[in-house]
Ligand binder design. Structure first.
Ligand code: DLL
Length: 435
């Protein structure tokens, strides 16, 4: 196991480091980014006074909209010529958000991704098949640098050409794979279709993130591929992948790289800081970033924090799995529903494959919540898609989901391969109510 000293600091030492770095970040942002100068002046914050992690709450929040308003380079705190790389988030609405990295930032990011891979069980000398998209998206290049930093052989496969990925996984004998969980399921189907036996592959671990997924999905992936399926988290605004990652030993919360980022959990409505253990919106402050410092960024991601030490030996705080987003909460006939709740129940049903989408539309002024999911190949070998068995299965699944979320749902079970496959981040929800 490769474990860096920064992951084992005692709390007082870590806090002293965070304090020093936070002070630097606040001054750096104030001095070099007009937006932050305006924000801090407006809130009456003196950037020269010592800002302690304890008084973070006195700093104003930064929001996604602020980033869009400063498109493309308005939040850079160094001259453009000192920025060695930019990335951008896909952003479903309007302009993307652009982020930049100095040489030092790229070093830090590589370190965070190297630690993440080590958390997942990667060891120097391993071969990592990296099927995250290379490009403006941070997944591909982010994990790539981390893998090189840790001393792995990287196969920069990027997304797509799934059959070829299967071939490479077998031919190169990859020890680990990095991609979105939905894409790994897609690859698992392609492995089944290839007819190659499990013994043709050597995969031990999968580093999965960039989209929400559940424990039910983890179980399916681990059973099908015989890997440790590890959750990795990050967002481009903060750095990219590597903000947090689970350890192979516990798989119980994602260790945060607290020497580089401060994390808070706030009430999404009031912005009030919540206690450890309570689910709320994650808010991040960078501590070492030069090109794109970020203060109290409202991520929109919902999770809780646990600061108890972990049996793996790391002392860093752990965040829970992402429970949903403040903006993916669906309000169906007045009830708040998170797509992750639907997934968790759906994937517990035997004979239903983990490929699904959720569609919401309006019929006679009423919201209809429809879940479209695939039957497993084994099921359709035994029964027809329109058989009584399939109908029974659908009504049982609908009942189980209703029991969990408190809203009636229609479940459509379809033939294998009817739900569109993803090669990167899956789009699972279509809300057609205002279409
Ligand atoms: O998705 C960075 C990344 C790449 C993370 C590869 C992990 C692996 P963005 O494109 O900026 O960055 O999207 C960030 O994706 O705010 C979450 O809503 C979601 N997300 C990322 N990781 C997870 C995860 C990358 N493990 C947004 N679980 C974040 C749930 C995740 N959601």
């Amino acid at each position: 196991m490769v474990l860096s000293p920064q992951e084992q600091l005692d709390r007082p030492t870590l806090q002293a480091l965070q304090r020093e770095r936070l002070g630097w970040t606040v001054r750096h942002a104030y001095d070099h980014v007009p937006f932050y100068r305006g924000l801090l002046d407006g809130a009456g914050v003196d950037p020269l006074a010592e800002t302690l992690p304890e008084d973070l709450a006195s700093l104003p929040f930064t929001r996604k909209g602020d980033l869009r308003d400063q498109y493309p380079f308005g939040l850079f705190a160094v001259p453009r010529s000192d920025v060695l790389r930019v990335h951008a988030s896909s952003g479903t609405r309007g302009k993307p958000t652009v982020v930049g990295y100095t040489r030092g930032d790229l070093e830090v990011w590589a370190e965070c991704c190297a630690r993440s891979l080590a958390l997942a069980g990667a060891q120097p000398g391993d071969l990592l098949h990296n099927a995250y998209g290379y490009g403006l998206f941070t997944g591909g290049l982010g994990l790539h640098q981390g893998a090189e930093r840790l001393g792995l052989t990287v196969v920069p496969a990027s997304g797509g050409a799934t059959q070829r990925q299967v071939q490479l996984l077998a031919d190169f004998q990859a020890d680990g794979i990095a991609c979105t969980p939905s894409y790994l399921l897609n690859i698992a189907d392609a492995i089944d279709a290839s007819g190659l036996p499990r013994s043709a592959f050597r995969l031990r671990y999968a580093v999965l993130g960039a989209e929400p997924w559940t424990e039910s999905m983890r179980r399916q992936i681990e059973q099908r591929l015989g890997v440790d399926a590890i959750d990795i988290y990050g967002l481009s605004e903060v750095i990219g992948p590597g903000v947090g990652c689970e350890c192979r030993e516990e798989k119980d919360g994602l260790h945060l790289m607290e020497d580089h980022f401060l994390v808070e959990v706030v009430d999404p409505e009031t912005g009030e800081v919540l206690e450890d253990g309570t689910v709320g919106e994650l808010v991040f402050t960078s501590l070492t970033k030069e090109a794109f410092p970020i203060l109290r960024y409202r991520s929109g991601d919902l999770a809780s924090i646990d600061r108890r030490p972990c049996s793996c030996g790391r002392t860093t705080a752990r965040m829970s799995r992402i429970k949903g987003r403040t903006d993916d909460m669906l309000i169906i006939r007045g009830v708040n529903v998170f797509p992750s709740e639907i997934e968790a129940v759906l994937l517990r049903q035997p004979d239903i494959a983990p490929h699904y989408e959720v569609v919401i539309y309006r019929a006679r002024n009423l919201d209809v919540l429809e879940v479209r999911a695939e039957l497993t190949t084994e099921f359709v070998q035994r029964h027809r898609v329109d058989s009584e068995f399939a109908r029974l299965l659908a009504s049982r699944a609908a009942e189980a989901i209703r029991g969990e979320i408190g809203v009636a749902v229609e479940v459509q079970l379809m033939a294998p391969h009817s739900v569109p496959r993803s090669e990167g981040k899956a789009r699972r929800v279509q809300d057609l109510r205002n279409a």
